[in-house]
Ligand binder design. Structure first.
Ligand SMILES: [Ca+2]
Length: 326
């Protein structure tokens, strides 16, 4: 008996020590279901030792497999808050205390809400003032960068093509890879926070609406497209602001309708703010044309009156705002 005690005692101490440090039991909810932008959920994380209490010293580790789907905040030692963002989808969150890991399946249901009835799902619109500001600045900066550093990835060289390109690029995450693919010199820009192309809530890569009807999640593939002509941009992707320049902000658009140019009767320009515009000329004399900057004042002096951005010109349809900004 004495002999046993002799070797058991030195073993018992480390056992006691480790049994207070490492968990043998971990309990968390297995599945959480959210609506997009729904209320965050707080959940208890219960890890316990052989003795039934919370392990000493060890921190609870969290691995979030898809931070674009949900955000996670630690609230003290035993609680987590899971907050759905804007995307719909499924992922896993792993909660661990060495050597135990527990998986929580997280499901964020799609949201077909279109409260402002503009045909765009509200989750794909830019809800925060800061995101709208960042998007407007990126849109203009990206369009302007095409004057000096045309991107090899911009293929559709016309006025609508410039707008679609700048719009798509502005919604991306602007990391180093992005700068490289854009080509040329670039000052590091900001990102919008709501989501990042190509993971646009409900729409994915089909950014532009091409059909007139209310938002229907079952017909997204038919109603939205990666391509939209200038007519489609005008008809389904923007809201009118009127013809007075005081109503327009950086990143808004100007549209013209000139039925004489029967192949391309609609023309669009991007408003840079402070009376300046930027646009692609469309094909000129058999060439592909170019990106140009101008001002509302000099357009108003254009020899062809149909380009005058004035109240009196019926070919000038006015200023317009992207629906995701409205
Ligand atoms: Ca909407």
């Amino acid at each position: 008996m004495k002999k046993i005690a002799k070797w058991a005692f030195p073993l018992f101490l480390p056992f006691l020590f480790f049994s207070m440090i490492f968990p043998v039991k971990g309990q968390v909810t297995e599945r959480l279901v959210f609506a997009p932008q729904g209320e965050p959920k707080t959940l208890k994380v219960e890890f316990s030792t052989l003795w039934g209490f919370h392990p000493l010293f060890l921190e609870t580790k969290v691995i979030n497999e898809d931070p674009e789907l949900v955000e996670i905040k630690k609230l003290g030692k035993k609680e987590l808050q899971i907050n759905p963002r804007r995307l719909e989808g499924e992922s896993s969150v792993w909660i661990g205390q060495f050597p135990l890991w527990r998986e929580i399946k997280v499901v964020v249901l799609p949201s077909a809400k279109d409260d402002d009835r503009d045909g765009f799902p509200d989750v794909a619109e830019l809800g925060s003032e800061n995101d709208r500001k960042v998007f407007r600045e990126l849109l203009v900066d990206i369009a302007r960068s095409q004057i000096t550093h045309p991107s090899p990835f911009w293929k559709e060289k016309d006025c609508g093509g410039l707008l679609r390109f700048a719009y798509r690029e502005a919604l991306k995450r602007h990391d180093e890879t992005w700068f490289e693919t854009l080509g040329g010199a670039w000052i590091k820009g900001q990102d919008i926070t709501a989501y990042h192309y190509p993971r646009v809530p409900m729409l994915g890569v089909n950014l532009f609406r091409i059909k007139a009807r209310g938002f229907d999640p079952t017909t997204v593939e038919e109603d939205f497209s990666v391509f939209a002509s200038v007519y489609h941009l005008l008809a389904f992707n923007v809201v009118p602001l009127g013809k007075r320049k005081e109503l327009a902000e950086k990143g808004d658009l100007l549209f013209f309708f000139q039925p004489d140019y029967f192949e391309m009767p609609y023309h669009a320009m991007l408003y840079q703010g402070e009376g300046r515009v930027i646009y692609h000329t469309g094909p000129i004399d058999g060439g592909e044309g170019e990106v140009r900057e101008s001002t509302l004042d000099s357009l108003a002096q254009h020899p062809d009156r149909k380009w005058h951005p004035t109240l009196a010109n019926p070919s000038f349809l006015g200023f317009f705002r992207w629906k995701i900004l409205d």
